[in-house]
Design a binder for this molecule. Structure first.
Ligand SMILES: CC(C)(COP(=O)(O)OP(=O)(O)OC[C@H]1O[C@@H](n2cnc3c(N)ncnc32)[C@H](O)[C@@H]1OP(=O)(O)O)[C@@H](O)C(=O)NCCC(=O)NCCS
Length: 370
């Protein structure tokens, strides 16, 4: 078991109704801590996604450009990851800018005004600043003056952690309209001299408006979140927190860039996403055949294919857009959900699973009845 990081320097709103959620403890096995799945009890309010949207920077960075930065090749990147290009923010463009554009698109579709939003939850590890939260920055930019706001840090599982948190606030009757965002500006914590990570990452944002409905059987019908903090050193940003504050030394040692043990993460990613999908299917009391589309975290096409193989799920029903945006961490599943919906891959009544893993390590998923 890993115990240390490889660090070279040693107004309450709403009625507050009683909880309508019950949790089911998933079976424990040696390699995974307990994770909980939960479903709304009847009668209860369901959380439906009333609108989605995404935004990516206009600047496209191709594999050919990366060939000029590090010792890599288009062929290696495509064969080993499935990625062809990614988007990179312009100078002065920040996470809250991408989040704002994505949120406005989701709000337009959901016909939601800023004043109607009760809560903003932003999944991110690359927010504008450590604090205030990017959710607060976004609240101000949107003019969502009635909204509470907070960030969720769960690595690439950030959007799913945020979405499942939103569901709980709706099921308890606390809030009726929640803006959930996944956004990353990974390019600013990328070591552009490290070929093991720089070819994998991109910038982007996706957003969803989640609303309460009394209609049963629609919306987010099951969720599951998990974490294994002992695996934190496999993917982390050493400096910038209070453990290693910014110093000339920390900058010289490139400690403000993301570090990753790619091989170790690969295996955990496949296993944790496969297990999460199986448990979600059980929790939702459906079968794999009922699932119209799985939308997995877009970290590596080979991880996605290995997960599908492990659960014997056809790739034709697995959504992939990694070739266009690479790994945008918290943003991948919500960008993919928006693209899947708007290209006709999801219609009313479909069961869709979002599933991800990320730094923490974390993993999680939701089942949505569209
Ligand atoms: C990082 C990752 C793409 C590496 O792919 P891989 O097939 O495991 O490759 P390996 O690390 O085994 O390296 C194989 C060889 O390619 C080389 N290599 C690594 N990156 C390279 C690059 N960008 N271009 C060319 N060669 C590269 C390695 O140095 C190694 O060379 P060697 O055999 O001479 O030592 C893969 O492990 C991965 O995707 N892991 C998960 C990462 C992830 O999901 N991160 C986000 C979590 S949310």
């Amino acid at each position: 078991m890993r115990t240390c990081y490889n660090c070279p320097l040693s107004e309450i709103k709403g009625p507050g109704a009683s909880s309508l959620i019950h949790s089911v403890t998933a079976p424990r096995n040696e390699s995974e801590p307990v994770a909980k799945s939960s479903q709304p009890c009847k009668p209860g309010l369901s959380a439906v996604i009333a609108g989605t949207g995404f935004d990516v920077p206009t600047r496209v960075m191709t594999n050919a450009e990366l060939e000029k930065l590090v010792n890599t090749s288009d062929q290696w990147i495509v064969e080993r990851t499935g990625m062809k290009e990614r988007r990179i923010v312009a100078d002065g463009q920040n996470a809250s800018d991408l989040a704002l554009a994505a949120a406005q698109r989701a709000m337009d579709e959901a016909k939601t005004n800023p004043e109607e939003i009760d809560l903003i939850i932003v999944g991110t590890v690359t927010g504008d600043m450590l604090f205030p939260s990017t959710a607060c920055v976004l609240q101000h930019k949107l003019g969502a003056t009635n909204a509470a706001a907070m960030d969720v840090s769960a690595g690439c599982t950030g959007f799913i952690y945020a979405l499942d948190t939103a569901r709980q606030f709706i099921a308890t009757g606390t809030y009726r309209t929640i803006l959930v965002v996944g956004v990353e500006v990974l390019s600013r914590i990328t070591d552009w001299t490290d070929r093991g990570t720089c070819v994998l990452l991109g910038d982007g944002a996706g957003a969803a408006i989640v609303k309460a409905t009394a209609e049963n059987g629609r919306g987010i019908i099951a969720g599951l979140l998990g974490a294994d903090g002992s695996r934190g050193p496999d993917l982390y940003q050493p400096a910038g927190g209070t453990q290693i504050p910014a110093t000339i030394e920390s900058v010289k040692q490139r400690l403000h860039y993301l570090r990753m043990n790619g091989n170790a993460i690969f295996k955990v990613a496949v296993r944790s996403m496969a297990r999460t999908v199986k448990r979600l299917i059980d929790a939702a009391r459906i079968t794999a055949d009922d699932v119209k589309l799985i939308i997995p975290h877009q970290a590596n096409l080979r991880i996605i294919e290995a997960m599908a193989k492990l659960i014997r799920f056809p790739m034709e029903r697995v959504f992939v857009n990694i070739q266009k945006y690479a790994n945008t961490s918290s943003a991948t599943t919500i960008i993919a959900l928006d693209e899947a919906r708007k290209t006709g891959r999801i219609v009313a009544g479909d069961f869709v699973i979002l599933v991800a893993f990320g730094a923490g390590l974390t993993w999680g998923g939701v089942v949505i009845r569209w």
